[in-house]
Design a protein around this ligand. Structure first.
Ligand code: NAP
Length: 355
């Protein structure tokens, strides 16, 4: 489907957790979207019954859309919400709320970690494993749901996995990654200023495990409604740094075919997926941009590339331990959260999965 063949009609969508950091990115990215129109907002009891303007503390540098600020915020209970819902809920809340909606026919496209690793739940980056969306059939059959839960990965996993997907043709055996993650990744108010200003916090709870297991699932093979995780070993160290938006990652990769650095660069630059073929509205022209300059990518200069959907890569060089190393950067609340979910939903629309 394209905007042209939808006849200009927009599908009404709702946002669970609309008041949070990621919820606000949904509101921003959906404003003017050619296929989707924000028609419903949900959040916690604290926000229920208030207007969106009153309920949230807007944290983005562009003003909140006028079409949304006057809307009322509902409780996250099924009833008035449209069929397609984006979820930016806290994982604790998502655990009960998302299944309640999916059970009664809503398609919940979620950022929360709660269901990502379940065998019947698609964990999808549309450029990498759009075929995993077919797990929905198993999910509906086994759980008796008329709706579904579809997830996108953790924000640091997306950046790494897009890079690895471009290189998987060389055979990936081992990966070491160290992240420098932005404070917006911790939601609002997130990390206390006295903890992060002029500092680096060398641990983010649960993040390393997520990077390791989610990457293997996304790059895994789907056969008979079952995903066999990729056999590569991933070792992650995750840190929080005083950057507002943009997760930077230092990645070392062992590639079985030992390609030249030129071949690695060519593979990254030429990488394309279904979203590019289908020209989905949120798809960047190319998922990865290679940056020649020795001091790039940098969050402040490069995070908004491709409206926040491009993964920027630079500093491809030999690694004396694993063979190849590079630096990658992606926007954590766009490519790593709201933009990722919107691209998943666009993919589902384009493949006729929301008819
Ligand atoms: P956040 O700023 O803390 O926002 C959380 C949202 O969940 C708010 O809208 C909040 O509503 C709502 N909520 C909390 N408890 C609720 C409850 N019991 N019932 C209904 N709604 C409830 O968090 P965030 O950073 O936007 O993250 C949202 C989700 O995305 C999390 O699961 C996170 O792990 C994931 N994620 C975040 C990032 C990132 O870079 N920030 C990236 C990838 C994935 P109130 O305002 O009413 O409290």
């Amino acid at each position: 489907m394209s905007a042209a063949d939808s006849g200009g009609r927009q599908l009404e969508v709702g946002i669970l957790g609309a008041t949070g950091m990621v919820g606000q990115q949904f509101v921003r990215l959906l404003e003017g979207h050619p296929w989707f129109k924000t028609a419903w907002l949900g959040a916690s009891e604290r926000s229920e019954g208030r207007s969106y303007r009153e309920a949230m503390k807007w944290r983005l540098s562009t003003p909140p859309p006028e079409s949304v600020v006057g809307m009322g915020v509902d409780a996250c209970t099924p009833g008035r919400a449209p069929k397609l819902l984006f979820s930016a809920l806290d994982a604790g809340a998502a655990k009960d709320i998302e299944p309640a909606f999916a059970a009664v026919g809503h398609v919940v496209v979620s950022n929360a970690r709660s269901f990502r690793m379940f065998a019947d739940v698609p964990l999808v980056i549309p450029e990498v494993n759009p075929d995993h969306l077919t797990l929905i059939a198993r999910q509906r059959r086994e759980r008796g749901w008329t709706g579904a839960i579809v997830t996108n990965p953790n924000c640091s996993t997306v950046v790494l996995t897009v890079v690895l997907a471009a290189l998987r043709k060389f055979g990936i055996s081992r990966v070491m990654v160290t992240t420098l993650q932005a404070v917006s990744g911790a939601g609002y108010p997130g990390v206390a200023s006295l903890d992060i200003l002029g500092n680096v916090v060398p641990a983010i709870s649960g993040e390393e495990e997520k990077m390791e297991s989610e990457t293997q699932k996304i790059l895994g093979t789907l056969e008979r409604e079952n995903v066999t995780p990729h056999s590569m070993i991933v070792s992650a160290t995750t840190t929080r740094v005083p950057v507002i938006d943009g997760h930077t990652e230092s990645v070392s990769i062992e590639l079985e075919q030992r390609p030249s650095l030129e071949a690695v660069r060519a593979a990254l630059e030429s990488f394309r997926g279904r979203p590019q073929e289908l020209r989905l509205p949120s798809a960047p022209p190319a998922p990865i941009a290679y940056m020649e300059a020795p001091d790039r990518p940098q969050p402040r200069l490069d995070v908004e590339r491709g409206n926040g959907m491009t993964v920027s890569v630079g500093r491809i060089r030999p690694c004396s331990i694993l063979g190849t190393k590079l630096v990658a950067l992606g926007h954590n609340t766009v490519r790593g959260a709201a933009g990722a979910a919107i691209l998943n939903a666009e993919m589902m629309v384009a493949e006729g999965m929301l008819d």
